[in-house]
Design a protein around this ligand. Structure first.
Ligand code: PHE
Length: 452
């Protein structure tokens, strides 16, 4: 199926792309990965990786979509037919990855939903600083509740996706992201004025390189791919809706910068609270949900800000989930010629089934652990740090070997932008050599840390 519809406005594309890029990855995952990797030096490494690897890969992925005007499965399949190479496996892999990621993403989105409901009812019945701890533990100990929340979340995503990209996605995400940024800025100012504010600034900005470990490089690469939505095929689909006149590298740059900015805000918001509280582990996946209620409920008007925060976060999570589900659905429809509604219900149902594992991670399956990580964290680590970078690099290689030089040049170079001419060979070098080499070395370093 070759696309013939486009984003109605260029701004619509940005909002949707930033809406898909900005999600739990920025607010929930970024702070805990930074905590896990010791702070400032990792932040620096991460920003460097975003610019050096993330952005070029993102540009490549959008380019496949814009050039072929197809979603990732159909695109990699037709490209592999044209060049007799087996790139279609990359496409298939990325769709499966989207499905598994969607499933545990739904569990964490369910947590957001829980807090949204608690704060909303709390606005009526009253919610106090002393309740903060209970809110988290009630959720973590209750596996069934987590399954119910994940199902509700998936149901919402299914309903939105059934309405189709233009109507569903664009409208949902467009209003909440800018509002969220304003709210975050406001909360960050308040959080930084806590006693531990300066300490948090130092923790996030002062690079103490001795705190990096052999896993840090892989963690930075994995998170960069995840947060920019690279390697899932989402950006291929997004690119397929771009208009001919849109310049991909500019779009890639803007989306990467906006996404990194939001992640940094999340760090500045969370760490003053975490460093001030003595009982929150800075590398805990539930860190955001332990820290934020504690902080908000101690503030005047905290319940109101809590409702607003979790509402925005929920929309961000929903935008991302819709992006993921949309990838699976549009690929199934393109390839298997099934109806859109069957594809949506089928993949939503499959995601729910897989989600039961991570949803029970902190209750029934609590005893299942590897290297101190529970089921949900294992899903997160293995998928994001191992599978995702492999697929991302694979898509990048597909761009530089299968698209013709002319296609690449046309998509990358814009003669009114002299820098695009200069950057073109560097971009190609990154996709072809640097990205594979770095991912490979990062994985070897990680294995070294684990097993030697
Ligand atoms: N980038 C999103 C986030 O940071 C996650 C995501 C990945 C969304 C892939 C869509 C597709 O939360």
């Amino acid at each position: 199926v070759i696309r013939q519809t486009y984003w109605r406005t260029r701004f619509g594309f940005y909002l949707a792309a930033v809406g898909s890029a900005c999600g739990l990855g920025n607010l929930w995952r970024f702070p805990y990965v930074v905590g896990d990797n010791g702070g400032g030096a990792f932040v620096l490494l991460y920003v460097a990786i975003v610019l050096l690897l993330g952005m070029p890969l993102l540009i490549g992925e959008v380019m496949i979509g814009k050039t072929t005007r197809q979603s990732v499965l159909a695109a990699t399949r037709s490209l592999s037919e044209r060049h007799k190479k087996h790139w279609k496996w990359i496409g298939r892999f990325s769709v499966v990855l989207s499905l598994v990621v969607l499933s545990y993403y739904a569990v964490v989105s369910g947590w957001v939903l829980h807090f949204l409901v608690q704060f909303t009812t709390g606005a009526v019945t009253g919610l106090y600083a002393s309740d903060a701890q209970n809110l988290v533990s009630a959720l973590m100990n209750n596996g069934l509740l987590q399954i119910a929340l994940a199902s509700s979340h998936l149901l919402v995503a299914i309903v939105v996706v059934l309405k189709g990209v233009q109507d569903g996605l664009e409208r949902w995400v467009s209003y909440t992201v800018p509002l969220f940024v304003v709210l975050l800025l406001f909360l960050v100012l308040r959080s930084l004025s806590l006693e531990a504010g300066p300490e948090a600034l130092r923790f996030l900005l002062y690079p103490d390189f001795s705190s990096l470990t052999k896993s840090s490089l892989l963690h930075a690469i994995g998170h960069a791919c995840f947060t920019l939505s690279i390697g899932f095929g989402t950006m291929v689909t997004f690119g397929s809706y771009l208009r001919d006149s849109d310049h991909i590298p500019t779009a890639g740059f803007r989306v990467s910068v906006a996404d990194t900015f939001i992640s940094l805000l999340a760090g500045f918001l969370v760490f003053p609270i975490v460093l001030q509280a003595s009982n929150i582990r800075a590398s805990d996946p539930a860190m955001l949900f332990e820290a934020l209620p504690l902080f908000l409920l101690a503030q005047p008007g905290g319940v109101f800000f809590g409702v607003l925060f979790f509402l925005c976060l929920y929309f961000a999570a929903l935008g991302a989930s819709i992006g993921l589900l949309e990838v699976i659905v549009s690929n199934l429809v393109d390839r298997l010629k099934v109806s859109r509604s069957l594809a949506t219900w089928g993949s939503g149902g499959a995601a729910l089934l897989i989600a039961t594992g991570p949803a029970l991670s902190s209750s029934v399956l609590r005893h299942i652990e590897f290297q101190g990580r529970g089921v949900l964290e294992l899903f997160d680590t293995v998928l994001i740090n191992f599978f995702l970078p492999i697929v991302a690099v694979g898509i990048g290689l597909c761009v530089v070997t299968v698209l013709t030089p002319k296609e690449r040049e046309q998509a990358f170079i814009d003669n009114t932008r002299i820098e695009s001419v200069r950057l073109f060979p560097h971009w190609r070098f990154v996709l072809k050599y640097l990205a594979p080499a770095m991912v490979l070395s990062a994985m070897l370093l990680q294995l070294w840390e684990w097993f030697i």
